[in-house]
Design a protein around this ligand. Structure first.
Ligand code: FAD
Ligand code: SF4
Length: 333
């Protein structure tokens, strides 16, 4: 068993106290929510903060609510289990419900939170290892080294973003609320993620992700989430595609969103396919062309996992096809 390195633990009881501590500590501090990702990284010494700020006691960060004026609001500390068992999310935002139900197993879903999932570290076979393993192979530029072992000429880390909730929330046009002791920012989730596997987010060190908002205009869209993983009961995605949309009464795509995860340093929309679909008849020919666009927009690298980048890419096409067939009301193959 790897032991935890030394750090000071702070457990504020109010949001204001947490934000003041964050303001003081900034880069010396890491936020701990459910701890299912951070504790592993602390044990591996891939994270070495002086202070760990445990936010689990802050009641203001909990809760799931929906009304027609404000849309869906989910607190950063809502657990994955609460999201997957929420009747309002199941009925009005099925893509989010489906994606949350695929995350790991029941024990992790009881601990892991929405905020932790959206702020999950990127993953790479060369990095998610013990300190000794990384030292023996040579550190990489994500921490302590100066070269990327996956893409040797890359000036930035290309580790993979592996969260399942982000693509689902992208298809729902969600935003995140970021609070600091001095201000509040509402950032579209699409703008929150960056292309760099080290920097990862548009989030300042003094900011806490406090809430996720989904607009009413995204309610009642049909939804699908397809996920490739090694073991169906526990593993991270090696490719994932979220699809949300609806048809006109005459069977044309009126609204369509497709987002992918686990194939790049950030989750992203496939805009070409989204634009192409609007106004097109919801038949197999349209769906085949859109699924091809998803395939063309996907270029995973060999950052780990048992499946080759080529196979992961192929599965994005199949998930996009199955997802669009679901939206179209065509039988899944
Ligand atoms: C065996 C195993 C299987 C897993 N399978 C999956 C999977 O299938 N799909 C998946 O998506 N994930 C998976 N995970 C990753 C992770 O457990 C989940 O994503 C979980 O939701 C993380 O939430 P947490 O609250 O435990 O995060 P934590 O570990 O507490 O935090 C994760 C990161 O987010 C930051 N953070 C947390 N909350 C906030 C906040 N409010 N504001 C700012 N920063 C914050 C932390 O500082 C840390 O960097 C798996 C993990 C393990 C160990
Ligand atoms: S992608 Fe490169 S820099 Fe990033 S963790 Fe992997 S080896 Fe390190």
């Amino acid at each position: 068993m790897k032991t935890l390195p030394a750090f000071r633990l702070q457990r504020p009881r109010s949001l204001e106290a947490a934000l003041e501590l964050l303001d003081d500590l900034r880069d010396d501090c890491r936020v701990l929510a459910g701890g299912t990702d951070l504790v592993v990284n602390l044990r591996n010494q891939s994270e070495t903060p002086k202070v760990v700020l445990a936010i689990g006691n802050i009641a203001a960060l909990r809760g799931i609510s929906y009304d027609e004026r404000d849309g869906l609001r989910v607190g950063a500390l809502a657990t994955i289990g609460e999201i997957s068992s929420s009747p309002v999310i199941d009925q009005l935002f099925p893509v989010l419900s489906k994606a949350s139900a695929t995350i790991s197993g029941p024990t992790l879903r009881a601990m892991g939170t929405l905020g932790g999932n959206l702020c999950l570290d990127t993953r790479c076979h060369w990095f998610n290892q013990s300190f000794d393993w990384r030292q023996s192979c040579g550190f990489c530029l994500k921490k302590d080294g100066d070269i990327c072992h996956v893409a040797r000429s890359s000036p930035i880390c290309v580790a993979t973003s592996c969260g399942d909730l982000a693509p689902a929330l992208l298809t729902l046009d969600a935003s995140v609320v970021l609070r600091s002791s001095t201000d509040e920012r509402i950032v579209r989730l699409d703008d929150f993620y960056l292309d760099d596997g080290t920097t990862k987010f548009d989030r300042r060190p003094d900011e806490l992700l406090v809430e996720v908002r989904v607009p009413t205009s995204s309610a009642a869209l049909s939804g699908f989430y397809g996920k490739l993983r090694v073991r169906g009961a526990i593993d991270y995605p090696l490719a994932g595609v979220a699809v949300a949309g609806k048809l006109t009464e005459h069977g044309f795509f009126e609204h369509a969103r497709l987002a992918v995860t686990a194939v790049a340093p950030r989750p992203y929309h496939v805009r070409d396919a989204e634009h192409f679909l609007i106004g097109k008849p919801a038949n197999d020919d349209t769906i085949r062309q859109a699924a091809e666009m998803v395939y063309n927009a996907t270029t995973p690298l060999k950052t780990g996992g048992m499946y080759s980048p080529g196979y992961r890419r192929l599965r994005t096409r199949l998930f996009a096809r199955d997802g669009l067939r679901t939206i179209a009301g065509l039988e899944e193959r």
